[in-house]
Write a new protein. Structure first.
Length: 247
């Protein structure tokens, strides 16, 4: 600013004959200083314009992200990335799942597990044992989809009218299946084995079982398989093995 004031004063003085510059070199220096000052002003203006453009672009990006989040796209990406970190993408080998469906399934496992207070790896272990990630799996008793839900059970869990076809939607199947697992864990006071027996054979059967009986040993094969798959998926996670051993 001091330089600009000096240049302005010198220019004004020269214009009115107050300030003279008999030395041509002095005129050159003044002209050079004026040019430098003008260039600095232009550079500052360009910097300010760039800053304003950057602020505008940032605001537009934030607005776009908020819109995507409102539509669920950002949340699905975050849940999918969380599934990748857990290694869940490596265990899905079903040819029945298209790449886009695989992404939705992984995101749904993480999202619905979080919503129901479950470990995503436990949910993945149940799916692996139940259907091997085949969304169109049908059991000999009529259980359907990824988590092998019986239609009457699924209907009890849903506020919407369902038919069998709906249970082949992998995301809906996971939503209902995880809610059912959480419900059973609560009903059986956190006893994972009993909750899994109830999931496989029905709550009334699990409640009536006598530990050590022939029926118990036969039905305990299912929770053993799920817990073994859960252990395999949980390798490397601190404290998981001890937690399972206690259960």
């Amino acid at each position: 600013m001091g330089l600009l004031s000096a240049v302005a004063a010198a220019s004004a003085g020269a214009a009115f004959g107050v300030v003279g510059s008999p030395n041509p070199r002095e005129d050159d220096r003044v002209a050079s200083a004026a040019f430098t000052a003008a260039a600095a002003v232009q550079s500052a203006q360009r910097s300010e314009e760039r800053a304003q453009a950057a602020e505008k672009a940032l605001a537009e990006m934030k607005s776009r992200l908020e819109q995507l989040r409102a539509n669920g796209a950002v949340d699905e990406m975050e849940h999918y990335q969380a599934a990748e970190k857990l290694g869940l993408d490596r265990i899905i080998k079903s040819d029945s799942l298209l790449p886009k469906d695989k992404r939705r399934v992984l995101a749904a496992i993480v999202r619905e597990s979080k919503r129901n207070g479950l470990d995503p790896l436990l949910v993945a272990a149940i799916i692996k044992v139940e259907s091997r990630f085949d969304p169109f799996a049908v059991s000999h008793v009529g259980a359907l989809g990824l988590m092998q839900l019986m239609p009457p059970t699924a209907q009890e869990l849903s506020s919407e009218k369902l038919n069998k076809r709906h249970l082949f939607d992998p995301v809906l199947n996971i939503e209902l299946g995880t809610a059912y697992v959480a419900q059973l864990l609560q009903r059986f006071d956190g006893d994972l084995r009993k909750a899994l027996i109830a999931y496989n054979a029905g709550p009334s059967v699990a409640r009536s079982l006598v530990k050590g009986s022939r029926a118990y040993k036969r039905l305990d094969v299912y929770p053993q398989a799920v817990i073994a798959a859960y252990r395999d998926l949980s390798q490397g996670r601190q404290g998981t093995a001890g937690s399972l051993a206690q259960r």
